[in-house]
Design a protein around this ligand. Structure first.
Ligand code: SF4
Length: 64
């Protein structure tokens, strides 16, 4: 899978980082970084939770 974030929508509130800190990091300049763009399947459930929680619907999962 591939984790995709629409950075135009993201407001850097870090909710995704709370559920999946291995994947998402908001830095001290309020910029979101995807730490693992092609994560292992073991992270899927928590990434899906981040997709669900994101108030901006900025995160999506693509299958590759
Ligand atoms: S939860 Fe959504 S809006 Fe918040 S930092 Fe993550 S991608 Fe951005």
């Amino acid at each position: 899978m591939k984790v995709v974030v629409d950075f135009d929508l993201c407001e850097a509130n870090a909710l995704c980082m709370e559920v999946a800190p291995e994947i998402f990091k908001v830095d001290d300049q309020d910029l979101l970084h995807i730490l693992i763009e092609h994560p292992d399947e073991k992270y899927r459930a928590r990434i899906q939770e981040a997709v669900r929680l994101c108030p901006r619907q900025a995160i999506s999962i693509e299958e590759d």
